[in-house]
Design a protein around this ligand. Structure first.
Ligand code: AIR
Ligand code: ASP
Length: 399
């Protein structure tokens, strides 16, 4: 693979074309910005740390069946991503009161939210990334109703996975920002970095282990990010990821979201439904679709299961010692990448992960094992109604 012309330079990354169509070469920069780029600083080593941290996280998300842009890390500061059409929207999920949420509602930082709260921001440097709601999203034609449903479902699933992942290194996931794009099949796909630049992470003493150290002038971020990378390498990378079959319960009812494994079925169904709808409605404008009401079925929001079989509970309810709230804005822009083909992994030893997916007959994949988006779309298009999943999948992590 060859690095070709520079496509775009953002605040934290440079995106290059490659000799392979649909693949971008992404270089992480040693730059930190705050206040939408108004404050800018060169921080040697930051690019390498964020590239490696984001690569580890995306490998885990790919393994867990999330459709992402991430292909692979190519050097300390570079990775390959799929080229997808980005949606100019930031999706923020909050587990704990902090940052602009605390500021907006005049709250002290630190209270755990009963249910995660999802917020949307319109990505526009000129407008300073304004806070928007679902009607604004429809009016602006950013995504249609079904894509929005899929984005919210994916965001909740990712929250469950990320909470568990950060908990493995003793950190509470307070909130985070995601960006999505659409791949060549029009499927919603996770993109952009996931790093301490885009997540708020507190250690057990409430110490900031993220970009707030820079935003709030609390010291040097490099040792903080180094600790995170070291801990991820030691405690998260070596974890073996095992997906086990459990017999399907005939009594499982879709309205019982706490039933073990049901959330997987739920999200599997929703993914399929979104795929059908996306392919059926491709071409229709978001405005035309916005007349239909969006149904948002929460999936796995209890925070008890991290999707990797880890028990997760965010218990930080103490007000955070520091209360300065910082307004958010965006990092990168336009087009990055997507994972149209997170391969189905049955026995995958890459990165030391063993992923076993067992299914009952006829063979089908679970939501924890990813089908390629292409297969998914074709399957979805073929079936007139969502298929009944035939497996319950339980995930378990072992050392
Ligand atoms: N974020 C928002 N815009 C850019 C970024 N990185 C992230 C922050 C924080 C979350 O979104 O890092 O984790 C919420 O930010 P805020 O400022 O709205 O409270
Ligand atoms: N990334 C945004 C900026 O560059 C905002 C932030 O992370 O605080 O300004």
């Amino acid at each position: 693979m060859e690095k070709k012309a520079l496509r775009y330079e953002g605040k934290a990354k440079k995106l290059y074309e490659t000799d392979e169509e649909g693949t971008l070469w992404v270089e992480y920069l040693d730059q930190a910005t705050a206040l939408n780029g108004a404050r800018k600083e060169e921080i040697p080593g930051k690019g390498a740390l964020n590239n490696q941290i984001s690569s580890i996280i995306y490998e885990k998300l790919n393994e867990a069946g999330i459709s992402t842009h991430f292909i692979r890390q190519v050097s300390d500061t570079e990775q390959l991503n799929r080229d997808i059409t980005m949606i100019p929207m930031e999706v923020v999920l909050r587990n704990v009161v902090a940052g602009s949420f605390a500021k907006r509602f005049g709250l002290e930082e630190g209270a755990e939210l009963k249910e995660p709260i999802i917020e949307f921001y319109y990505k526009s440097d000129a407008l300073d990334d304004p806070f928007i709601n679902e009607d604004h999203i429809a009016y602006l034609g950013l995504v249609n109703t079904f894509e929005l449903m899929s984005i919210k479902n994916e965001t909740r699933k990712i929250n469950t996975l990320l909470k568990g992942l950060w908990q493995q290194i003793g950190l509470t996931l307070v909130d985070f920002k995601l960006e999505f794009g659409k791949n060549n099949l029009g499927l919603v796909t996770l993109a952009d970095e996931i790093t301490p630049d885009t997540c708020r992470l507190w250690d057990k003493d409430g110490k900031h282990m993220d970009k707030d150290v820079f935003r709030r002038d609390l010291g040097d971020i490099i040792p903080v990010y180094e600790t995170i990378l070291k801990d991820l390498k030691e405690k998260v990378v070596p974890k073996r990821f095992v997906v086990e079959e459990t017999p399907q319960s005939s009594s499982a009812h879709p309205s019982a979201p706490d039933f073990p494994g049901l959330s997987n079925i739920f999200t599997g169904l929703q993914d399929e439904l979104s795929a059908i709808v996306n392919s059926a409605f491709a071409g229709l404008s978001a405005n035309a679709l916005s007349a239909t009401s969006a149904t948002d079925t929460p999936t796995s929001t209890s925070g008890e299961d991290d999707g990797l079989g880890q028990s997760v509970k965010v218990t930080n309810t103490k007000p955070h010692p520091s209360s300065a709230a910082t307004a958010s804005s965006s990092t990168s822009k336009t087009t990055t990448t997507a994972n149209a083909a997170s391969d189905v992994k049955t026995e995958d030893e890459t990165l030391g992960q063993s992923v076993k997916v067992t299914t009952s007959k006829p063979k089908t994949t679970s939501s924890a094992a990813t089908k390629s988006a292409a297969t998914k779309a074709t399957t979805a298009a073929k079936s007139a109604a969502p298929r009944k999943p035939r497996v319950n999948v339980k995930t378990k992590t072992t050392e």
